[in-house]
Every structure is written in structure tokens, then in C-alpha cells.
Design a protein around this ligand. Structure first.
Ligand SMILES: NC(=O)c1ccc[n+]([C@@H]2O[C@H](COP(=O)([O-])OP(=O)(O)OC[C@H]3O[C@@H](n4cnc5c(N)ncnc54)[C@H](OP(=O)(O)O)[C@@H]3O)[C@@H](O)[C@H]2O)c1
Length: 425
């Protein structure tokens, strides 16, 4: 007997979006057949593998990485990180990513301590309550513009996630010097403090907007990416390692197209900027897993990019509001038709590895030890949402969207794009 993805979801009692995510993460262990129309059909063996995954992730609260290791035996070339003796600092720890990262780590990996570093005491207070005064969390008030404070905050820290940023496109356009201070000088301060405090590994969060940037936000994040990649030159051979993780908007998050369509549906008309538009689809869980994978494999200078499916905006409209009229309102300044997660210049250094693309640095002094089975992408490779090999169908989108309510904790509360009142993903 062969199962459709929907049937696998029903059998397991988990949303189709989760099955899809597991399919991607455990691609080496689940081998569905494909129909002529490109739909997956799962075997009984696949179903049993999914059951094992569910047991380990849901009941045993294990990370995707460690489940993967169990399924394949151990990967001794690069062992999983033991987080129980690690102190982590997260700049921007009260933000959407930061909070999700903390939930994930505290629930499943039991780190020694997580230091939250951000400016606003109210957000920290609310987070303390949300996390029920978890003793492993420490709240440090500080600005990434303040190098001295960062250095003190990083003493005794093993790993840093740099998530703090100004990320609203219009705010960065209107306050350009402030965007540079936080996103560029802040990155430089994080790098300096990490080296001086002896931090072992730092991952900075990047965005699709840093690829061929068309606005100041993207330009500052591109500059930040370059600083982190090149920051390894300051650290020396045995010093701190720096890498980036790059992903696009977390779809379904506040201000993005799904809540907008759901709201507009009531009026009988939905707005679309351009019907050719495509977007990648990523969940916050996946973003967190990517950072954890990055920490595991990084040697310094990599940009980690998730391998994720795309969707067409018109398919999403069809999935959410098939009965509605569509009003075209035109593409806005700074908006792209398609998302790009790697640029042309990065293509020749991009490798496919364990469900991700890894843009390797081109340092002459860089010696690779990991990534033994990595597959080099062909010359000219770019990873864009319109040229993706995997697409979400209307049916799958409908499943994901109308199952979304059950997955609130899998969402960001905000997106890093500009004006939220128009239909962009
Ligand atoms: N959300 C997305 O769709 C998305 C997509 C791709 C990449 N990213 C990237 O992911 C990262 C995190 O995004 P997010 O969605 O979690 O952002 P967010 O929800 O807006 O959170 C931003 C965090 O940064 C802190 N912060 C801002 N300026 C700071 C400063 N000068 N010093 C210290 N802390 C500061 C904020 O707290 P205070 O205001 O209290 O300081 C808050 O904790 C960003 O680097 C962003 O570029 C986001």
C-alpha cells in the first residue's frame, strides 16, 4: 500500500507541514516514489520511519540532528554538540527567532545557560514570565553598538547567536545611519568581543535581502555577512569561528501574506502585487535547526542556507481564498518577484550538504575538514524561489494554512520586510 502525504499526516496525527519538514530533514531515510505529476507516495517502511521520528522528536524531545544520527548510526567525523555544558549568548534574544531558539534549546537540549542580550527591559521582563523564570536564562541589558558591554557579556560564553538587527525596510531607509550603527557596527562589535572573550563559535543571522540588495536593510546585512565571513581572519587558526545562517521570511508570521489573505477573504477581494511572484517556505523550527546544524559543522566562514520548498503566490491565493476576486496592485519599491538565497558570485563556492546549501569561504588559508560528502553545485548556480526543484501544491498549501492555527509556536511574530499592509510573502 502507498500513502499520500495527507494520509501519512492522518496516520501519525501530525500536520502535513511537519511531515514535509521531516521529509526534507530525513531525506536519506525516507524514499517515496514520485507519480508522473511529481506527487510523493510513501511506503509502509517510510511510514514506520516517520513513526520513529515522531516518537523521538515529540516524546523524547530530541533534536532533529540527534534523531538523524540514531537513524544512520553515528557520524564520528563530526560529533553532535553536547549542549549541557555550554553557555550561549544570543543578541536580540527577545525577538521572534531568539525566543523560539530558547524554547527549542531549553526544552530539548538542556544547555547550561543562555544569556539574552538586548536593550528593552520590558521585552526581557515579558520573556522571563513566558519562560516561567527558567533559571538557565540570564537577562542582560545591552546594545550591540556598545562594544565594552558586549565584551563583558561574552566572558565565559561558548557560543554566540547574533540575531539583533534593525530589520524593517522603511525604518532603515528613513534612518540610514541608525541601520549602519546597529547592523554594521554592531556586527563588528560582536566579532571583536567574541575574539577577545575567547568565544568558540559565532553564528550571525542573515536574510535573503542581503543577496543582490535593493534597499539599505539588505545592504547592511550583506556588509554584516562579509564582516562575519572575513572576521575569521582576525581570529587566527585556533581562535573564534564565525559563520552565517541565511533564510527568508518566515511565512505565516505576523505582517506576512497569509494573515493578510485570511483577513481580506471576508471582503471577497484579495490583493496581489504581482501574480508571477514566488517565495520560499520556512518555519522557525527549521531556522533553529539550521543554526544548530551550522554550529555543528562550521569551520569558519560558511554561509548556511536551508534547502526548502517554494510556492507560487497564485497557488496560495487559490488555497486560501478560491472564491475571491483578485485585485492587482503592482510590485512596490524594494520588493523582488522572487527570493534569492545565494547570489551569482557565491554559486561557484556552493555545496549541497545534509539538507542545506553551504556557501564556502574562498579564503586561501581555509582548510576544509568536514563536508567530506558535500556535492559541489555547478558553475553559475543560484538558489532562487522561482528555479526551485520542489514546490508546494495548492492542496498542500491549504493543509498547511488551515492547520496553521495548531502550530502557533512554529511562527515568528514578525517578518523582516517593510510595509505589512500589502500582499507579499
Ligand atoms: N523575521 C524574519 O522573517 C527574518 C528573516 C530572515 C532573517 N532574519 C534575521 O533574523 C534576525 C532576528 O530576526 P527576528 O525576526 O527575531 O527579529 P525581531 O523579532 O525584530 O527581534 C530583534 C531583536 O533584536 C533586539 N535588538 C534590536 N536592536 C538591538 C540593538 N541595537 N542591540 C541589542 N539588541 C537589539 C531586539 O530587542 P530590543 O529592541 O529590546 O533591543 C529584539 O530582541 C535578524 O538579524 C534578521 O535580520 C529575520
Amino acid at each position: 500500500m502507498k500513502y499520500r502525504i495527507k494520509e501519512v499526516g492522518l496516520e501519525l496525527g501530525v500536520p502535513v507541514s511537519t511531515i514535509r519538514y521531516w521529509q526534507k530533514e530525513f531525506a536519506d531515510f525516507i524514499n517515496p516514489e514520485k507519480t508522473d505529476g511529481g506527487q510523493r507516495r510513501y511506503s509502509q517502511q517510510d511510514l514506520e520511519t516517520f513513526l520513529q521520528i515522531k516518537e523521538q522528536v515529540y516524546k523524547q524531545k530530541r533534536s532533529i540532528e540527534s534523531v538523524r544520527e540514531t537513524l544512520k548510526g553515528s557520524d564520528s567525523s563530526c560529533p553532535d554538540i553536547d549542549w549541557s555544558d555550554k553557555t550561549i549568548l544570543i543578541t536580540g534574544g527577545t525577538g521572534s527567532f531568539g525566543k523560539h531558539f530558547c524554547h527549542y534549546l531549553l526544552d530539548r537540549l538542556n544547555p547550561k545557560a543562555i544569556r539574552i542580550y538586548s536593550r528593552d527591559e520590558l521585552k526581557q521582563h515579558e520573556m522571563r514570565i513566558e519562560f516561567k523564570d527558567d533559571e538557565r536564562l540570564r537577562f542582560l541589558i545591552g546594545d550591540v553598538r556598545d562594544g565594552e558591554r558586549l565584551l563583558r557579556a561574552m566572558r565565559g560564553v561558548d557560543m554566540v547567536v547574533h540575531a539583533a538587527a534593525l530589520k524593517q525596510v522603511p525604518a532603515c531607509e528613513y534612518n540610514p545611519f541608525e541601520a549602519v550603527k546597529t547592523n554594521v557596527h554592531g556586527a563588528q562589535n560582536v566579532i571583536n568581543a567574541a575574539i577577545d572573550a575567547g568565544v568558540k563559535k559565532v553564528i550571525a543571522l542573515s536574510t535573503d535581502k542581503a543577496v543582490n540588495p535593493v534597499n539599505l536593510y539588505g545592504a547592511t546585512k550583506l556588509c554584516s555577512d562579509k564582516l562575519f565571513v572575513q572576521g575569521n581572519a582576525y581570529a587566527g587558526a585556533e581562535g573564534t569561528c564565525f559563520a552565517c545562517v541565511r533564510y527568508g521570511n518566515v511565512i505565516g508570521s505576523r505582517g506576512s501574506v497569509i494573515p493578510l489573505f485570511l483577513q481580506q477573504k471576508e471582503s471577497g477581494t484579495i490583493t496581489i502585487t504581482d501574480e508571477r511572484m514566488t517565495r520560499f517556505w520556512i518555519t522557525l523550527d527549521h531556522a533553529v535547526e539550521l543554526v544548530l546544524q551550522g554550529f555543528r559543522y562550521m569551520e569558519g566562514g560558511e554561509i548556511f542556507v536551508p534547502n526548502i520548498p517554494s510556492m507560487r503566490i497564485m497557488d496560495l491565493a487559490e488555497a486560501i481564498a478560491p472564491e475571491c476576486a483578485v485585485k492587482h496592485i503592482g510590485i512596490r519599491d524594494g520588493e523582488k518577484l522572487h527570493e534569492a538565497l545565494t547570489g551569482e558570485d557565491e554559486g561557484r563556492n556552493t555545496y549541497k550538504y545534509k539538507g542545506m546549501y553551504v556557501v564556502m569561504p574562498s579564503h586561501s588559508w581555509w582548510k576544509r575538514k568536514n563536508y567530506v560528502e558535500a556535492v559541489k553545485m555547478p558553475e553559475g548556480f543560484v538558489y532562487t524561489s522561482d528555479a526551485n526543484e520542489e514546490w508546494l501544491t495548492v492542496d498542500e498549501l491549504r493543509q498547511i494554512v488551515f492547520g496553521e492555527a495548531e502550530q502557533k509556536d512554529n511562527r515568528a511574530t514578525d517578518v523582516d520586510h517593510g510595509v505589512p499592509a500589502r500582499a507579499v510573502a
